[in-house]
Design a binder for this molecule. Structure first.
Ligand code: LLP
Length: 437
């Protein structure tokens, strides 16, 4: 997919770059991002919305993969940006991302984070709870500023996805509940805050969703809520944000819908629900993360040791693991991979791919069909663009890998591999523990 192919030497090539060259030049493990594919995905959203003629914003959910180069690409592709922490906000601002296109999310924004975002004049705060509502108003008042807000509501929709990544149901740490009147009170309260300009509501039902039904139901709930608010509080929303969660294909058997299908389902539901109530059509905002960067990422590893347990299983170990991709350990996520330096060789051995961390759960792929492997071979694991680098850790004091963007035969470093200096960079040995000379 994307610009990936197998070249004449039987090597995997991405963005016109032979991955064996990338391994030589940048080392492994290495995150490789197919920049053209990221841009293509972004355009699919923007174009699908443009065709509807409605007003819209496609905000890239930067939590999926937030580095300065990615913020540049998001800006160039006309996207807005969703951030959820001071660190993501800082990254975006350092990359020169236009503040007015930044939306700030999160269920526990600290006063310092709110302050920082206010100073930067970001475009919108997505307010999650009553404490934040009042805190934001108070801090905005100190600065003599008025801020745009959306209220995050829980529509009571459960998307079919992993428990930890589904968020639309009532029993969730996020948002104001529509069903028990909390969201209604939140709107009343927001309208009383002099520094807050309430644009509308936000709903996010979960992640890695393969069907449109959940989105359609969320739209219906949110539309009914908007209509009730207009009737009872005489407030008309100008923005409805439906969050992210559009699924991607990690392995055969995953069947995501084309981006256009999600967009069509959402916009049609909006048009149907709002026009039937004679409600002026709101702007539609969405926040895809995974579906912008997920399948554009590939992680390249060097295969090291192996262990054969006759009649049971053969393990092969790579030079990374749960430190660069914690998703299999956390969510039992499945991945596909190929032997990148001999991609044409016939696969005839079932192996399981282990990481190098001191933990039995550090497995990347169970039962993968590969050609017979040798130490030094390269393994490419696909679809690692989202929530991999973003969730990487230094467990076992392993250094985070480098990230390169590849495009038209050019490979550009966008994140350097961590150094040993980085590893001990924040360590301090108190005077009393220092080694005596
Ligand atoms: N908007 C909000 C408010 C969100 O909470 C999320 C994801 C998104 C947008 C983007 O969702 P996406 O389009 O990427 O599905 N670490 C998990 C995923 C957690 C998603 C959290 N929120 C994973 O690795 O699968």
């Amino acid at each position: 997919h994307g610009t990936s192919r197998i070249n004449d030497q039987g090597h995997l090539e991405i963005g016109g770059c032979d991955v064996t060259d990338l391994a030589r030049n940048f080392g492994t493990p290495l995150y490789i991002v197919d920049e053209a594919l990221v841009r293509q995905r972004a355009r699919e959203y923007v174009e699908a919305f443009r065709e509807t003629g409605l007003k819209f914003q496609v905000a890239y959910a930067s939590k999926a993969f937030c580095v300065m180069a990615m913020c540049r690409v998001a800006e160039e592709e006309g996207m807005s940006l969703d951030v959820v922490s001071d660190g993501e906000l800082y990254t975006a601002l350092q990359a020169g991302f236009p503040a007015e296109r930044i939306h700030f999310h999160g269920n526990n924004k600290t006063p310092e984070e709110i302050e920082m975002a206010l100073q930067a004049n970001i475009g919108c705060f997505v307010v999650d709870n009553f404490v934040e509502l009042h805190l934001l108003n108070a801090i905005a008042a100190e600065h003599g500023k008025t801020v745009n807000v959306l209220l995050r509501v829980t529509p009571g929709v459960e998307a079919h996805t992993h428990d930890y990544i589904s968020t639309g149901q009532q029993d969730s740490k996020f948002g104001f509940d529509i069903s028990n009147g909390t969201a209604f009170r939140a709107v009343e309260e927001a309208l009383k805050q002099p520094q807050l300009k309430l644009l509308g509501v936000h709903s996010h039902i979960g992640s890695q969703i393969f069907e449109v039904e959940g989105f359609r139901m969320a739209v219906e709930k949110v539309a009914a809520f908007s209509i009730e608010i207009r009737a009872k509080l005489d407030k008309t929303f100008s923005v409805i944000n439906l969050g992210g969660g559009f699924g991607i294909r990690y392995v055969e058997g995953d069947s995501p819908l084309p981006v256009g299908t999600y967009v069509k389902a959402i916009t049609e539901a909006i048009i149907a629900s709002f026009t039937s109530a004679d409600y002026p059509l709101p702007e539609i905002w969405v926040e895809p993360g995974r579906s912008i960067v997920g399948d554009a990422g590939t992680t390249l590893y060097t295969i090291g040791t192996s262990k054969d347990i006759p009649g049971v299983r053969k393990y092969i170990a790579v030079d990374g693991g749960m430190t660069d991709n914690p998703r299999p350990a956390l969510y039992e996520s499945k991945y596909e991979a190929v032997l990148a330096n001999r991609a044409n060789d016939a696969a005839k051995e079932i192996v399981s791919v282990a990481g190098k961390c001191c933990e039995s759960g550090d497995m990347l792929i169970w039962d993968l069909n590969l050609p017979p492997v040798e130490t030094g071979d390269l393994l490419a694991v696909f679809c690692t663009g989202a929530y991999n680098y973003a969730m990487a850790s230094n467990y076992n004091r392993i250094r985070r890998p480098a990230v390169v963007f590849v495009k038209d035969g050019q490979a550009d470093l966008v994140v350097a591999r961590e150094s040993f200096e980085n590893i001990v960079g924040n360590d301090v040995i108190p005077e009393r523990l220092r080694k005596q000379a």
